[in-house]
Design a protein around this ligand. Structure first.
Ligand code: HEC
Length: 304
């Protein structure tokens, strides 16, 4: 996903990566050293054995036993060290800290869904940097598995069961989330504390950072006005709202009204009192907040 991947492992972006990488590189290095030593010794003894085919080793059984015990003990101690280091990482991986941000995850063959406390599910997993994140996962259909290589976590995600994993991202950026069953992948977005706080704020108040017209468009789409009203002049279920504001509107009752702010508000609160000529009174009432009404009005005004 990015250029920081090493030859062996994905970019390190989690506090737990030290344990995983330490154990991996430790074993790899140790195995390489053993391979070199054993290969060199093998070659040495083959040559020595060929030249001294008739002589048999004279060293005492006691000395041989000591060499063998020492050699075995040395390897045992080194491996026990790796085991303890790996076990520590493994235990840490199994036990999420109770300060962790808890998020629900649902796997399906079509996509990953990430559930936040307020019930929203953005299309990617969005978390702040340096805060432990605990994922409570389940599958809606088949057996899946989540893998986030940069966080060094992977876990089965199965139906009718909750599995848990956690990580503590210590680097901002975009990281890949894979489905080990081969289904759709997703993206993990690690934001700075400020960006995350801003994201949360916008989640709860979508008007932040938007002009009244932009927020109006947001409300228009969110409320589904576009299902019945076009903004390009075409007639769908309801009249088009292109060039609507400020014009005279013919009503079913043969009267006419000026489409001003008050008319828009009346159309939203009591849509079937003044019915546009040629249309059926099928629009439901939209008791929106004043802020949303004003934004909608600003947006409708801009559709000239
Ligand atoms: C289910 C379809 C439907 C939806 C959804 C809908 N409307 Fe309507 N709307 C209509 C119909 C049909 C009319 C015309 C009959 C009437 O005036 O009641 C209408 C009329 C209006 C009018 C008056 C138009 C005129 O020419 O006088 C306005 C303004 C309006 N809608 C705004 C909205 C807004 C804003 C939303 C979203 C919050 C919305 N509508 C959602 C169907 C819909």
């Amino acid at each position: 996903m990015n250029a920081n991947n090493s030859f062996w492992l994905a970019e390190k972006a989690s506090s737990l990566a030290t344990y995983v990488d330490g154990t991996f590189y430790g074993y790899l290095g140790f195995s390489l050293v053993l391979v070199v030593i054993i290969s060199l010794l093998t070659i040495f003894f083959v040559i020595k054995g060929r030249n001294q085919a008739q002589t048999i080793s004279e060293s005492s059984p006691c000395k041989q036993a000591m060499i063998q015990t020492g050699w075995t003990a040395l390897i045992l101690i080194v491996l026990a060290g790796f085991f303890c280091y790996g076990l520590r990482g493994f235990i840490k991986l199994q036990v999420p800290p109770n300060t962790a941000l808890v998020l629900g995850v649902t796997a399906t063959s079509a996509a990953w869904q990430f559930h936040y406390l307020d019930g929203t599910s953005p299309d990617s997993l969005i978390v702040p940097v340096n805060l432990p994140v605990k994922l409570e996962m389940s599958s809606a259909d088949n057996v899946h598995g989540i893998s986030i290589p940069s966080m060094r976590v992977g876990k089965g995600v199965v139906p009718n069961r909750k599995t848990v994993t956690w990580f503590n991202p210590n680097k901002e950026g975009l990281f890949a989330i894979y489905n080990t069953s081969g289904a759709a992948d997703a993206v993990l977005k690690v934001l700075s504390e400020e960006d995350y706080a801003h994201w949360i704020k916008v989640k709860f108040d979508p008007s932040i950072g938007k002009t009244p017209e932009e927020y109006g468009l947001y409300v228009y789409e969110k409320q589904g006005c576009n299902a019945c009203h076009s903004v390009d002049g075409s007639k769908i279920v309801g009249p088009t709202l292109k060039g609507f504001f400020g014009t005279e509107r013919a009503l079913d009752s043969a009267e006419a009204v000026i489409a001003d702010s008050a008319y828009v508000v009346r159309s939203l609160l009591e849509p079937n009192v003044e019915v546009a000529a040629g249309f059926k009174p099928t629009m439901l009432a939209y008791p929106l907040k004043a802020k949303e009404m004003n934004a909608l009005i600003a947006y409708l005004k801009s559709l000239q």
